[in-house]
Design a binder for this molecule. Structure first.
Ligand code: PGA
Ligand code: ZN
Length: 425
C-alpha cells in the first residue's frame, strides 16, 4: 500500500524545470519517476502545469510539485500500488479535467510512473519483467535520430527527425553498433559540407542543409559511407511533424519557400518513399488533416510504416477513430501525452489490436529517467524511439536496453520486422 507521495523540482535536458515524484510503500519499497516534456506538441495532448511569470522562463513547476505533496498524496495514500488502473483512475478523477490541466500532466505522469516503479520494486522484479507478467516479450527495435530539425533545431529543416532503423540487426546491441557507425559517418559528411552548427534538442546533428532532399541524400550517403547497406542493414525513418508547419489548408515548407496543398504534401512524401530507403514515416500531415494522412497511408502503407503521433496523442479513442479512417498503421505512445500509465497502455492495446505497429517514445525534453525502455519491452511494443546517439538523457535509455537484453539472456528475441504491421518487411 502507498504510504507517502512527494514531489520535487529537477531539471530536464533543455535546462528547464521538471517534476520528479517519489512514492514509498508501507513495505519500504520506493519508486521514482521524472516527467519528460515535448516541444512539438499536439493540440489534443494532456497539458503540463507551469508557473508562468518570469522565473525560469515561465517553465517553473512549483504548482505541479505542490499538488503532488498535498492533493495527490491525500488521494492515493493507502491505495494498493499493484492496482495501477485504480491509482490512475483516482488521479484522473482528482484532476477532473479532460486534459489534466488542473494538476498538470507533468505531476500526474510522474506520480503514475513512480507508483508503477514502486510496485515493481515491491515485487522484486525489474520493471520490464513485472509488466510482462510472465508473457514472452520481444526486445524493441530502436529508432535513432541522426539529424534533428523542425522545432528542435530552429526550423533549419522542415522535417523534424531524420532517423535510422536496423530491423535486420538481430540484436539491440548490434543495432546500436551499426547506428554509431552511421552517426559518425554523417558527422564527417556534415563537416565536409560546411561549418557544423552543433546538435539539435535530441542530440542529432544540427542540419546544415539547403533542402529536405539534401538532408535525405546526405543521410543515405552516410549510411553507405558507414560500411553498411542502405535499404538492407539500415533504413531511414522520418518524423515529418507536419503539424508544426501546416494543416488541412496547406503546408508551408520554409526551406523551399513554397506552399503545398495537402495533396501536394502527400505526393511529396510518396515521392521521397520511392527515392530513398525509407521504412517509416511519422506525422506526414497535421493533427486534424486526416485526409492527407489517409492518402499517404493508402499510397504506401503496404510497405512503409505510417505513424500517428500528434494525430493520435496516445488516446485510445482517437486510435479507434483513426483506425476507422485508415489514417496510419502504427501508433506512437508517449505516456505524458495522455498523462497516466493505464491510459497509455490502453492506447497501445487499441493500436496493437488493429495489427498496427507500436512505438514507445521519449520527448524532446528528457532526463536520466529510463522508464520508457521498460515500457517498450514489458508491453512488447516492438519499437522504441528515444532521439539520437549522443547525450546521456538519450544514451541512458539505450544503455538500459542493453542491460535488459543481457538480463533476458539467450532467449532474447529482437523484434526486427515483426515490429511492423503485417505487410511491411
Ligand atoms: P516532442 O517531439 O517531444 O518535442 O513533442 C517528439 C516527436 O514529435 O515525436
Ligand atoms: Zn512526432
Amino acid at each position: 500500500r502507498i504510504a507517502s507521495v512527494t514531489g520535487r523540482q529537477l531539471w530536464d535536458s533543455r535546462g528547464r524545470p521538471t517534476v520528479e515524484a517519489e512514492v514509498t510503500l508501507e513495505s519500504g519499497a520506493v519508486g521514482r519517476a521524472i516527467a519528460p516534456a515535448g516541444a512539438s506538441r499536439g493540440a489534443h495532448e494532456a497539458i503540463d502545469l507551469r508557473d508562468g511569470g518570469t522565473a525560469f522562463g515561465g517553465f517553473g513547476v512549483n504548482g505541479a510539485v505542490a499538488g503532488i505533496g498535498a492533493e495527490i498524496a491525500g488521494a492515493i495514500a493507502g491505495m494498493d500500488a499493484r492496482d495501477q488502473a485504480a491509482v490512475d483512475k483516482a488521479l484522473c478523477d482528482l484532476d477532473g479535467t479532460l486534459n489534466k490541466a488542473r494538476l498538470g500532466a507533468n505531476a500526474v505522469v510522474a506520480v503514475s510512473m513512480a507508483v508503477l516503479h514502486a510496485a515493481a520494486s515491491d515485487a522484486r522484479e525489474p520493471l520490464w519483467r513485472y509488466l510482462a507478467g510472465g508473457k514472452a516479450v520481444r526486445i524493441p527495435l530502436p529508432e535513432i535520430q541522426i539529424f534533428g530539425g523542425g522545432a528542435h533545431a530552429g526550423r533549419r529543416t522542415d522535417v523534424q527527425d531524420f532517423m535510422v532503423m536496423c530491423p535486420n540487426a538481430g540484436s539491440f546491441r548490434r543495432a546500436l553498433e551499426i547506428t554509431g557507425d552511421v552517426y559518425r559517418a554523417a558527422g564527417r559528411l556534415m563537416e565536409a559540407k560546411g561549418p557544423l552548427s552543433g546538435v539539435a534538442d535530441e542530440g542529432g546533428w544540427w542540419p546544415n542543409f539547403a533542402s529536405n532532399e539534401d538532408a535525405l541524400d546526405t543521410l543515405t550517403q552516410a549510411i553507405e559511407a558507414s560500411g553498411h547497406r542502405a535499404g538492407e542493414d539500415v533504413f531511414i525513418s522520418l518524423d515529418i511533424a507536419a503539424n508544426e508547419f501546416g494543416d488541412a489548408s496547406g503546408y508551408r515548407l520554409a526551406l523551399d519557400d513554397r506552399r503545398l496543398s495537402g495533396e501536394d504534401m502527400a505526393a511529396r512524401i510518396v515521392e521521397w518513399a520511392g527515392r530513398y530507403p525509407i521504412l517509416s514515416i511519422e506525422d506526414p500531415a497535421g493533427q486534424d488533416d486526416w485526409a492527407t494522412m489517409a492518402a499517404v497511408t493508402a499510397a504506401i502503407g503496404e510497405r512503409v510504416q505510417i505513424i500517428g503521433d500528434d494525430v493520435l496523442v496516445t488516446d485510445a479513442a482517437r486510435v479507434a477513430r483513426a483506425g476507422e479512417a485508415a489514417v496510419c498503421n502504427a501508433a506512437l505512445i508517449k505516456v505524458n501525452q495522455v498523462g497516466t500509465v493505464t491510459e497509455a497502455k490502453a492506447a497501445l492495446d487499441a493500436a496493437a489490436q488493429r495489427g498496427w505497429g507500436t512505438i514507445v517514445s521519449a520527448r524532446s525534453g528528457e532526463s536520466e529517467d529510463v522508464t520508457i525502455a521498460h515500457l517498450a519491452t514489458g508491453w512488447n511494443a516492438g519499437q522504441l524511439k528515444v532521439g539520437s546517439f549522443t547525450r546521456s538523457e538519450r544514451m541512458a535509455k539505450w544503455n538500459e536496453m542493453l542491460r535488459i537484453e543481457e538480463a533476458m539472456g539467450v532467449g532474447a528475441e529482437y523484434a526486427g520486422f515483426s515490429a511492423f504491421a503485417a505487410t511491411i518487411g
